[in-house]
Design a protein around this ligand. Sequence first.
Ligand code: BGC
Length: 349
Amino acid sequence: MSVNVSVFGKTADGKTVEEYTIINKNGTKVSVITYGATLKNIFVRDKNNKLDDILVGFDDMDGFINRSDYQGVIVGPYANRIGGASFSVDGKEYKLTANEKGVTCLHSAGEFNTAVWNGAATSDNSVKLTYRSPDGLNGFPGNIDACVTYILTDDDELKLEYKAVSDKKTVINLTNHAYFNLGGFDSGSVLDHIVSINADYITPVDEYSIPTGELAAVENTPFDFKKCKRIGDEIDFDCEQLNFTGGYDHNFCINGYNGKLKAAASVFDPRSGRKMDVYTDLPGIQFYTGNFLKGDLGKDNKPIEKRSGFCLETQFFPDTPNKPNFIQCTFAPGQEYTSETVFKFYTAK
Ligand code: BGC
């Protein structure tokens, strides 16, 4: 195993961005850049032993800065949406940047994913990225020290270990926003990918994609992925939830949450034979089918079309700070947030 480091580029204000690449004994290759602590490439073999990059995204800084739909980035301090762009801790209200439709706060107004993190190879198969978020940025309380470690094993598991700690009581919810296409980033639509998700319930949303607070059973709805089915089978079904979001873009409540690592979802691409299993110790996973991708130029100058990638973002539920009945993610000063997500790659028939 080895980790290589090189200069990737510079931000508009002249900060140097590094790229770290980990290669394992199978030739599986993972690259991470320090801008947004972003997962940039995952080269993994298909059923014919061919290596392809299965991450939809960009080749250069210009793409990450100007055409980003959060491809591969770490989102924080609060992933996904906070309704009304505000929340309260112990009776004190915090007003956040309302970066979506002037109403909601989406992905913390892009803070963690546009920061340049400090990178370091911590072993021959791991890269650690750290970032200090200043108190009050976009309205979030506390200086937050955040850390994400990417680890690639010889079993083709990519592990993401998250840690964060604040000096004020606040909400913390970190995720990675990778768009996968198991056929390769330029292989077209993901509608033929076959998905299963270990969830009996989703958190249905309103027209602003804010959870209503209810848990809705997936049974007999297009959201039932308990038995695997093609993404495309029911994505255009005429129902309120899919009409609000233009396809899947919902939080699934992982069955049997107990804070320990659990199988959350599995995806298979019959054409390439690649399969990916997702594990997390968090209670939720956002299944997003790239409904808002709009043909911006990505890797190899090819357009990133609608539904050409899917995301499985492990998380606390969206808008948890305003939903007392959800599993909470408010941390006291000095109390550490930790979590782990694993993406495991292999081939199957
Ligand atoms: C959200 C989508 C959003 C996408 C890119 C996902 O986490 O749920 O609604 O369009 O991120 O911002």
